[in-house]
Design a protein around this ligand. Structure first.
Ligand SMILES: [Zn+2]
Length: 263
């Protein structure tokens, strides 16, 4: 089964990447962590577990899989209107899905209710590869249904939808990591891809800076819609991470973080 095989890759590849990035963070750290690795890492591991359990019930594989199979069986979706070569279809789907994720992130920062959920991700006082796991299960529910709708409307083939999810997770792990890239490499990379220094701006304690650099993978949307910012006004080395109103160690606790949207 190709789908089952891809399902395994979707776990093994990000897991390997997480280990590699964690090692790179130890060798080339971008900045010293305010609260350190523990208990943040334990909390983020628990976030991962909660989302994995939630995923069992609501799984991307099931919900998006159903959407992709349904669209395919009914020849539904924009991509099924024209007989395009597979790789063209896949490339179009990747770009549109990437935009859809950018737009969802933009909305998360705009709508008060969505922000309550997404603020859990932003309350981390540090930024490292483990922050990429710190998404409240409510956010997983919202994004799973949102992505399923896009997949159905576009008629994205299941394999492409799964490959996109893998691509998205790999990028999130990379751009949340606390690694210092050579300046030149960072400048070249961010012509296309969101780099750790670029995403750092989005995690600033300054609200205005949180409303920039929404991209998860491609940088083009922030450039096109005028939300691109090179670095914090305080400078990359001096900017603070997290939410201005939460400047203690509470976000490193699991229970507190889980309750954050309803407090
Ligand atoms: Zn955000």
């Amino acid at each position: 089964m190709i789908q089952a095989g891809l399902g395994h890759y979707a776990i093994v590849i990000p897991a390997l990447l997480l280990v590699l990035l964690a090692i790179a963070e130890a060798i080339w750290p971008r900045r010293a962590l305010v609260l350190g690795r523990n208990p943040r890492w334990r909390t983020h591991a628990l976030f991962f577990l909660s989302n994995a359990i939630m995923g069992r019930f609501l799984s991307f594989l099931v919900v998006v899989g159903v959407a992709a199979n349904w669209a395919n069986a009914h020849h539904f979706g924009a991509l099924n209107l024209a007989a395009l070569p597979f790789w063209v279809e896949a490339a179009i789907a990747f770009v549109i899905l990437d935009f859809a994720v950018w737009f969802q992130h933009f909305l998360m920062h705009r709508h008060p209710l969505l922000w309550r959920i997404h603020a859990v991700h932003h309350s981390d006082r540090d930024l490292d590869v483990s922050t990429a796991l710190r998404f409240h299960p409510f956010e997983l529910i919202v994004s799973t249904f949102y992505k399923s709708a896009i997949v159905a409307l576009l008629g994205v083939p299941l394999m492409v939808a799964l490959a996109f999810e893998l691509w998205l997770n790999a990028n999130a792990l990379f751009n949340h990591s606390n690694i210092r890239l050579p300046r030149k490499l960072d400048r070249i990379l961010r012509l296309f891809l969101v780099t750790p220094d670029m995403h750092l701006v989005h995690h600033s304690t300054l609200v205005d800076e949180q409303k920039h650099n929404f991209g998860f993978a491609l940088t083009v949307w922030d450039r096109v819609f005028g939300t691109y910012r090179t670095e914090s006004i305080l400078g990359t080395d001096n900017q603070k991470i997290g939410l201005a109103e939460i400047d203690d160690a509470r976000p490193s606790g699991f229970i507190w973080s889980m309750k954050q949207p309803v407090t």
